[in-house]
Design a protein around this ligand. Structure first.
Ligand SMILES: [Zn+2]
Length: 247
């Protein structure tokens, strides 16, 4: 089975291995989102949602209710503003060199207000930039607006984060190698590698492209993680309290 080697790596771990799940693009594709949330609820595993502020409206009332009622299993934080690409050349980016500090500030400030309106204090001061990309102006805006944490991946130019902490994802559930999506076996190997390195495992999901088969696969992983004595599945904010992440 695709999780056998990961299971063995966890058996050998000398200290608890922390996992978190960051599901991006909340506000889009509610049906798939709620089906994914049901999987996490079934196994009592926490999940952090990166929410697109401009996609939140009255249609998302159920999401707000679930966040409030789900025994603290669902965390919410900010994912860009509109999830628009503003970059004229190169890779897609909402917060990149084609946006000034002032433009980025307005977007992030407005997004912050929207999330506070909908989720109150349950909205956390964590920012996930769309496509896991942003620049130094974004970091400066986040510090000026009182954010505590930037979550992206470990690719891209290093940023001078000063007081802003980083909690990166290091496993993309839909990772491609040379244009071809990883097999289940390769995904298991990738997670196993992070476990063997003794790092926090941050798994990035995109609910809108997860079908029933995909959810079945994640349930298999959740079943293993929720029952393994060496694993701690936690919210991002809890992990930030207990570990020091180098910027
Ligand atoms: Zn996104």
């Amino acid at each position: 089975m695709w999780l056998d080697n990961l299971n063995q790596a966890l058996d050998k771990a000398v200290k608890p291995i922390r996992f978190f799940f960051r599901d991006d693009d909340a506000g889009w594709a509610n049906k798939q989102l709620f089906e994914l949330l049901d999987c996490f609820s079934k196994y009592n595993v926490p999940i952090d949602l990166a929410v697109i502020p401009q996609a939140i409206n009255y249609k998302n009332k159920e999401l707000c209710n679930r966040v409030r009622q789900n025994n603290g299993l669902i965390g919410v934080h900010q994912h860009g503003f509109r999830h628009n690409n503003h970059q004229l050349d190169g890779r897609k980016c909402e917060f990149g060199s084609d946006r000034t500090y002032t433009q980025q500030h307005l977007d992030i400030f407005t997004g912050q207000k929207i999330l506070l309106d909908y989720f109150d204090e349950q909205s956390e001061l964590i920012f996930t930039p769309p496509w896991n990309r942003c620049n130094q102006d974004t970091v400066n805006v986040l510090i000026d607006l009182g954010f505590s944490t930037l979550s992206k991946d470990n690719t891209g130019k290093p940023l001078d984060c000063q007081t802003l902490r980083q909690l990166p994802v290091n496993v993309d559930w839909f990772k491609k190698c040379q244009g071809i999506r990883m097999s289940q076996t390769q995904l298991g190997q990738l997670i196993e590698q992070v476990v063997t390195n003794g790092e926090v495992v941050g798994i990035m999901l995109h609910h809108e492209i997860m079908d029933q088969q995909e959810r079945y696969t994640i349930c298999e992983l959740l079943e293993l993680l929720s029952s393994h004595p060496r694993v701690k599945c936690e919210h991002m904010k809890k992990i930030l309290r207990v570990i020091t992440v180098k910027n």
